[in-house]
Structure formats: structure tokens, C-alpha cells
Design a protein around this ligand. Sequence first.
Ligand SMILES: Cc1cc2nc3c(=O)[nH]c(=O)nc-3n(C[C@H](O)[C@H](O)[C@H](O)COP(=O)(O)OP(=O)(O)OC[C@H]3O[C@@H](n4cnc5c(N)ncnc54)[C@H](O)[C@@H]3O)c2cc1C
Length: 493
Amino acid sequence: MDEPKVKRVVVAGGGTAGWIAAYALVKQLAPLIEVTLVESDEIGTVGVGESTIPTCRTFHQYMGIDEREFMRATNSTFKLGISFENWAAEQDRYIHSFGTLGHGTWLADFHHYWLEARRQGWAGEIGDYCFEHQAAAAEKFATSKDATINYAYHLDATSYGQYLRGLAEPLGVRRVEGKIREVRQNAESGDIEALLLQSGETVEGDLFIDCTGFRGLLIEQTLKAGFEDWAEWLPTDSALPVQTESVGAPKPFTRAIAHRAGWRWQIPLQHRVGNGLVFASAFMSEDEARALLAQELEGEPLFEPRLIRFKAGRRRKSWVNNCVAIGLSSGFIEPLESTSIHLIMIAVTRLLQAFPFRGATPAARDRFNEQADREIIGIRDFIVLHYHATERDDSDFWRHCRNMTIPDTLRERIELFRAHAHAYQDSHDLFRVDSWVQVMLGQRQTPASYHHVARLMPEARLREALSSLQANISRAVAGMPTHGEFLQRYMAG
Ligand SMILES: Cc1cc2nc3c(=O)[nH]c(=O)nc-3n(C[C@H](O)[C@H](O)[C@H](O)COP(=O)(O)OP(=O)(O)OC[C@H]3O[C@@H](n4cnc5c(N)ncnc54)[C@H](O)[C@@H]3O)c2cc1C
């Protein structure tokens, strides 16, 4: 085989996206490629992004990351899902867990049988039939060789970048500190040839990964990929993150607590809690948001919250010429279901699988962009569901969300669920049927009917199946340590 044409890879940006990309590229493809990362200490990183989903574990396994070492370095805790509070109605709560709901059949998923049991009047809540859900509700956690538990992490974003840097540099990633002043393109092809830094240094490359965050220095400012704005469906556009001291034992779930113009998060780490208020500036001023956050914080703040403005939407193309945008430069939905780090990891995985050793072809770029589009659209719909399917009527913000026109793709899903309890996961969808069901039910979407096969099951058999499942899960959860106890033991091990 002839020598690869694409050998010098330049990663622009050293936030979570930049260091994930740099580490993965060098770990998997060196010495076929050389990786240089350019980051600016003066600009810094967005500094948030601390809640993940279980795909993070798979990615870490591919990358040979040791769980204990990573958790120690990033003060991580375990996460079993998200507790949604005040979403469907004030004082309401449900958990979207990472678990599987009961056991369905090939004809009908579990929730159809559960709906029949509810009709008969004796079934518990849907979460009673899910191990991760019950464990989260009881604030328990344990991993063991005998039983699987589906989990993710809460991590310290700054330490995570530093940890990955510590893995990447010994493998050969060259880090250049400095501000990119100009991007040099080939006059004919438009391909990027080099980054010119303020120091006068020039960093040349064959393939450029734009991880410069919201500014999209290469993909947008240089290559004009275009941005599709989703503000009509996702009205929040501002966040006030702040860290506080821990109060109490860390919970094995993220809290997403809705307020009158958005929501706030609580992410427990080993050494502190990450908090933040997300709000829609059209419905709440910065001063009001600061006052609300200060009033609701549970621990002592470790610094003054700083305002982050963002735009929900996606880059029209993530891969243009010889530049691939990964991370916030490729789009941002909003952090409600903790999907951004997943999108970084999946984009890096796709890039590794389709690495353009002989130069980027239009077919490779189209395939990459098509996959990225489909996935982010599926996530967008899932997030919009939380805002739109609500009974809240207590503020202009919630009335706007209830009444807004939603994407057709989501409207069809909601109609299907309401009419037939039908939920599905398309091949490009990140979220499984169990996730759609938990959120649909949590947002009080009551199906008018369900698969009649559930009615064919004799009541005694259905009762026996559900009761023993619930009892087995409860027994297992009762025997588990609390999340705090397990964490302490695991970190000491
Ligand atoms: C409020 C909020 C909450 C979030 N919560 C979550 C969450 O819970 N879970 C989750 O998965 N995601 C979350 N995210 C998203 C997550 O923060 C990002 O996906 C992640 O941090 C990756 O960011 P990034 O690396 O793309 O950009 P950044 O962190 O902004 O990094 C950009 C990098 O580019 C460099 N750079 C920029 N311009 C130049 C230049 N001219 N010269 C040199 N270097 C330059 C910067 O110095 C920096 O190193 C959240 C985002 C927000 C806004």
C-alpha cells in the first residue's frame, strides 16, 4: 500500500473535545499519524460539561482507560440517571434511569404489559420494574461480576481535560500553547493548510479538527459551514454555572429541577457539587436568574457564577474540506440529557473508523455529515419532548413551550405514544425505547390504548411475572451499599 497522504493531524482547541480527539487519534492511529494540539490559555475552555451517559464507559474501554484511575483523577461519582423535578407539573418528580424496564416480548415491549396491569389496578410505578431506577431512588450503587448495572459518571470537566492530556502527551501528542490569529487556506481547493499563531508560529497540517468551541474558528469563521438555529424549539440560551461545597452524600443521579423559565442542574462529585441555572433570556433577565440561583443553591458557592450564552442548533456540515468539527463547534442542543460529551465521543469514533488516510473524499464527508445530522436531530427531539409535553401553565415560558410548534418527527412520536403506547428506537437514535417510555410517562403522556397482546396474558401470570420482578429487584437493591459507601470503598481499592 502507498504511503498515507494524511499524516499530520492538527487539533485546534484543548477543551474536553480537543483532548478526547487528540488522545483517541494518537492512541489508535499513531504512528500512522502525528497529532498536534493548539490551545490558548488566555481564552480557556467552557469549563462545564460534567454529566455523562453510559456510552462514555464504552468509549473509555475502547481507549484503554482504567476506571479507577480516571475516577480518582476527575473526582467522579457514579450516575444511574437523571431526576426530573417540576417538569410535567410543579412538585412532580420522575427518574429517567439508564436501566431496562422489565421484560417485554418480541411482539410488545414491557410497558404494554405494565399498562394492562395498571388497568387491572394493581401494578406499581413503571420504575419499580427497573433495577437502575430502584437503585437510584434508594441512592444505592454497586458494580459486581454477577449482575450488570448500566451507569455513567459525573466528572470534573477541567480535571478530565487534564487527565486526557496526561495520557495523550506521553503517546506523542505535541501541545502548542498560543492563540490562533489566522487560518491559512489553499487558494484553489479551500483546504486548510496551516494555523498561524499570534506568537508567529505556524502549525501546518493535512487534516484539521476544529474543537474551538462555540466560535467554530475553522468550520464556521473560515469554511462557512452554516448553522441551523433551533431556538424556536429550544428556547433556553443562557446558563449560570457555579460550584458549591458538598452537602450530604453524593447522589447517584443528576438532578434537573425545572423553574419558571428553564431549569437548574445539580451534579454531585466526590469533592464538590456542580450547579447551574439554565434559562431563556426572553423570559428571565440575568439579574432574576442570579437571584433565583442564589436562593436555591444548597451549599456554599465556591465562586461567583459566570454567564454563558449559547445557541441551540447544529452546524449544517460538520466535515467540510479537510476540517472536521467536533464538540461545541459542531453544534449544541443544551445540557438537559447530558448528551454533548457523547456526541464528541461518537464523532471521534466515526472519524477513527473512516479516517481519510488518502485524503477526504466527498463520499466520506457526506456519510459522516449524514450520520451526525440524524443523531443530533434524534437527540433534539428527545430534549424538546421534556419542554413541550408538560401540564405547567404557571409562567409565560411554560405556556410558550406547551403551545410551540414542534418538529414533525417529534409530533409523530408523541401521537403514536398517546394513541397506541408505541415507542421506538430508529437505527440512528441514541435513546432507547426505555428512555422514550420513561420520559413520555414522566411527562404525563397517557396512552389511550396499548398492544392487545398484553390482554391475552392471564391475570395470574401477569401478576406473578411483575410481582416477582419487582420483589427480586427490591431484594437486590436492599442488599446494596449506598452510593457514598460504595464510592469510598471503590476509590480506596
Ligand atoms: C451550560 C452548559 C452545561 C453543559 N453540561 C454538559 C453536561 O452535563 N454533559 C455534557 O455532556 N455536556 C455538557 N455541556 C457541553 C460540554 O461542556 C461541551 O461539550 C464540552 O465541554 C466540550 O467543549 P469544547 O471542547 O467543544 O469547547 P471549549 O471547552 O470551549 O474549548 C474550546 C477550546 O478552543 C480553544 N480556542 C478557541 N479559540 C482559540 C483560538 N483563537 N486560538 C487557540 N485556541 C482557541 C480554547 O482555548 C479551548 O481550549 C454543557 C455545556 C454548557 C454550555
